[in-house]
Design a protein around this ligand. Structure first.
Ligand code: PLP
Length: 422
């Protein structure tokens, strides 16, 4: 029972350096967050040792009496948090949840209709190299070339044209709310199943800051590690009992073997925390922070520097910066911000004139900084730093100092060892 530092100093060093990186920089990748210590503890626990194929009370292994409690808690908390009748908390990741969803609701060769990858969709919604694009006949709707918003008339026209088996609503890079009632009406009109992938905005839904897809969708999938801020993993919700039986068997034995019981315990804790008032406050600061950033990046001096924001603002936890008119491209923007100590990812804008490895945008998210404690004043300061860095000829040294000062004011994992233990 020797420590990691003794058993494997090289990996211990990686953990220590990564902790230092997280502490000293500002994390603004929209899909990332910081889990609380309680979740580090649950995830780094003895539950990792336990095999528990099957579902609570119906396992294929002995000794599951305690992990059953953890999974039952995760299920009941997920159901109550999102107002759903059924929850499966076993998917190891968002992509695996999505693979199980498609396996349950479609047959290989069936047509699936989702948001175009280059317009903000996800790999699992039909990208040609992904299982979803290889197994299914994937077709896509895009955003409007003028407004950059999803136009429900276009979704309906595509649905009438292709008569898909499945309509997918959900995104990885889109800054506006979706109209789930309109999606459902289209699905009903063409006899399709509506699947909502709320991986990105699930935390906002839990906090009541984004409409819930649960009353409208036949099935909802999600990750736990983005806006919710729980362990890296996925889950599935539905109100339809017979569909849910298919979803359960699509997860196990369809897609997965033994569930990760340490992660499921951590999911239970994440769902418990998401029902508390502090969680709502955090999600409110997240959305306000993104709106502050959007307004700074559409100010006259930002516009003069060739910076803009897709759709002109945001309703959610991220901003899609539009650098089509800037001499700085997405790759350079990502690198400059990295040098200043702010981590983001470059992102193609729809109809991007630059190639995918370069791009004309950066996706910037506020969840991790809201978890760190940022409020309006700090989001204003970091927005100023970002606007400065994205302006040609910026003073990166002073940006780095301002980032350092903000990071120091909001200590992260103070007093914890790199593995999350005190
Ligand atoms: N669905 C959406 C909309 C996502 O944005 C992502 C992750 O980026 C996923 C699914 C996949 O989640 P994971 O990375 O856990 O497989």
């Amino acid at each position: 029972l020797e420590s990691l530092a003794v058993v494997d100093p090289e990996i211990a060093d990686v953990l220590a350096k990564e902790l230092g990186r997280q502490q000293s920089t500002l994390e603004m990748i929209a899909s990332e967050n910081f889990v609380p210590r309680a979740i580090l503890e649950a995830q780094g626990s003895v539950l990792t040792n336990k095999y528990a194929e099957g579902y609570p009370g119906r396992r294929y292994y002995g000794g599951c009496e305690f992990v059953d409690i953890a999974e039952e808690l995760a299920i009941s908390r997920a159901k109550s948090l999102f107002g759903a009748d059924f929850a499966n908390v076993q998917p190891h990741s968002g992509a695996q949840a999505n693979a199980a969803v498609l396996a349950a609701i479609a047959q290989p060769g069936d047509t699936i209709l989702g948001l175009e990858l280059a317009h903000g969709g996800h790999l699992t919604h039909g990208m040609k190299l992904n299982f979803s694009g290889r197994l299914y006949n994937a077709v896509a709707y895009g955003v409007d070339p003028e407004t950059f918003r999803i136009d429900m008339d276009v979704v309906r026209a595509k649905a009438l044209e292709h008569r898909p088996r499945v309509i997918i609503a959900g995104w990885s890079a889109y800054s506006r709310q979706l109209d789930f009632a309109a999606f459902r009406a289209i699905a009903d009109e063409v006899g399709a199943i509506l699947w909502v992938d709320m991986a990105h905005f699930a935390g906002l839904v839990a906090a009541g800051l984004h409409p819930s897809p649960v009353p409208y969708a036949h099935v909802v999938s999600s990750t736990v590690h983005k806006t919710i801020g729980g362990p890296r993993s996925g889950f599935i919700l539905s109100n339809d009992e017979s569909l849910f039986k298919k979803l359960n068997s699509a997860v196990f034995p369809g897609q997965q073997g033994g569930p990760l019981m340490h992660v499921i315990a951590a999911k239970a804790t994440a769902f418990k925390l998401a029902a508390e008032p502090e969680f709502v406050d955090r999600q409110e600061r997240t959305v306000r922070g993104a709106q502050i950033l959007a307004s700074r990046l559409t100010s006259p001096d930002a516009r003069a520097a060739g910076i803009d924001v897709l759709t002109g603002g945001t309703d959610v936890h991220l901003v899609l910066t539009d650098l089509r008119d800037s001499e700085i491209d997405g790759k350079q923007a990502e690198d400059l911000l990295h040098e200043a100590g702010i981590t983001v990812n470059r992102n193609s804008v729809p109809f991007d004139p630059r190639p995918p490895m370069v791009t004309s945008g950066v996706r910037i998210g506020t969840p991790a900084l809201a978890t760190r404690g940022f409020d309006d004043a700090e989001f204003t300061e970091v927005s100023d730093v970002i606007a400065d860095v994205l302006t040609p000829g910026a003073d990166l040294g002073s940006a780095r100092e301002r980032v350092r000062a903000l990071a120091e004011r909001f200590p992260l994992y103070a007093g914890l060892g790199p593995s999350g233990q005190p």
